[in-house]
Ligand binder design. Structure first.
Ligand code: 7PJ
Length: 278
């Protein structure tokens, strides 16, 4: 049997165990760690700690996409993200850059980023081409509407079928434009234009996304759905986030995007030991 892989620039991940992508938000206003890592030294230290804790990838975001967030200028986003990419890529850390802007994608790839993580699924004109030309891995995420308005009143005919069809269509558009199939991951975009019921249905049925053959990314860490279920504030959602990550990997998710890397790595190690005896 062929071993599934996810190709990201100079990194090739063998998907025989779930991967952990650690979140590094260098924004003043992200919902859970906004402002904490704007200082470059602190951001670098946090990235290195996540790597030491077992993160396979680090996702650097210079534009907040929390509900109601306002867009950031390209120059500002580049200033926030590029120095970190340059420094951490030199330490051979696999980096994703969370951006919707083709110019940021190109600059990030040139500075050594391995992957582009786009909550807009490479919908900006020139985004697919920017990624195709640089050989990076891509994560295509589904979002209904825009961060400003997405949580107003999300409606779907069939959330699982709608989101899946959208992601497969975006993935095929990427393949047609020259992005290698093994470089494409998909993500249902928990919390992006979804109610709690939508998020739960997507997670319950995430195997439908896994069945497309594209590696699936799940980002549930500290999200408000977990707060709605547990009644916990953002700072108290780590155990809930671990439960959500386990529910995702148990259904075949390849990559979990998390804030709490050390705890998630431990939880996944126990899960794997049970599953495969290692
Ligand atoms: C996601 C993301 C997600 C992917 C954010 C937060 C909100 N990228 N960027 N998937 N969420 N691929 O950090 O919780 O779920 S921003």
């Amino acid at each position: 049997m062929r071993v599934p892989v996810f190709c990201c620039g100079r990194f090739t991940f063998v998907l025989t165990r779930p991967l952990v992508m650690g979140i590094l938000n260098v924004t003043p206003d992200s919902f859970s760690d906004g402002g904490r890592y704007v200082d470059r030294k602190r951001a670098l230290a946090h990235a290195r700690q996540m790597r030491a804790d077992g993160a396979d990838l680090i996702d650097i975001g210079g534009e907040s996409s929390r509900p109601g967030a306002t867009p950031v200028a390209e120059s500002e986003e580049l200033d926030r993200v590029l120095p970190l990419v340059e420094a951490l890529a030199a330490e051979n850390i696999a980096l994703a850059v969370d951006t919707r802007k083709p110019a940021v994608m190109r600059a990030a790839a040139a500075a050594g980023a391995a992957m582009i993580n786009d909550i807009g699924a490479l919908s900006a004109p020139g985004a697919i081409e920017a990624c195709a030309q640089s050989g990076v891995g891509v994560c295509l995420m589904h979002m209904q509407r825009e961060p400003m308005t997405m949580q107003a009143a999300p409606v779907y005919a069939d959330v699982v079928a709608d989101v899946r069809a959208f992601l497969v269509a975006r993935a095929e558009a990427c393949v047609a434009a020259g992005i290698a199939r093994e470089c494409i991951a998909i993500d249902p975009g928990f919390g992006f234009g979804k109610t709690l019921a939508h998020n739960l249905e997507l997670l319950r049925s995430i195997g439908t996304f896994v069945a497309t053959g594209f590696p699936v990314v799940a980002g549930l860490s500290r999200k408000s759905s977990l707060g709605a279920i547990t009644g916990r504030s953002v700072d108290e959602r780590m155990p809930a986030s671990l439960a959500a990550a386990l529910a995702a990997v148990a259904r075949g998710v390849a990559i979990v995007r998390v804030h709490d890397v050390r705890e998630t790595v431990d939880a996944l190690r126990v899960w794997r030991a049970v599953e495969s005896g290692i």
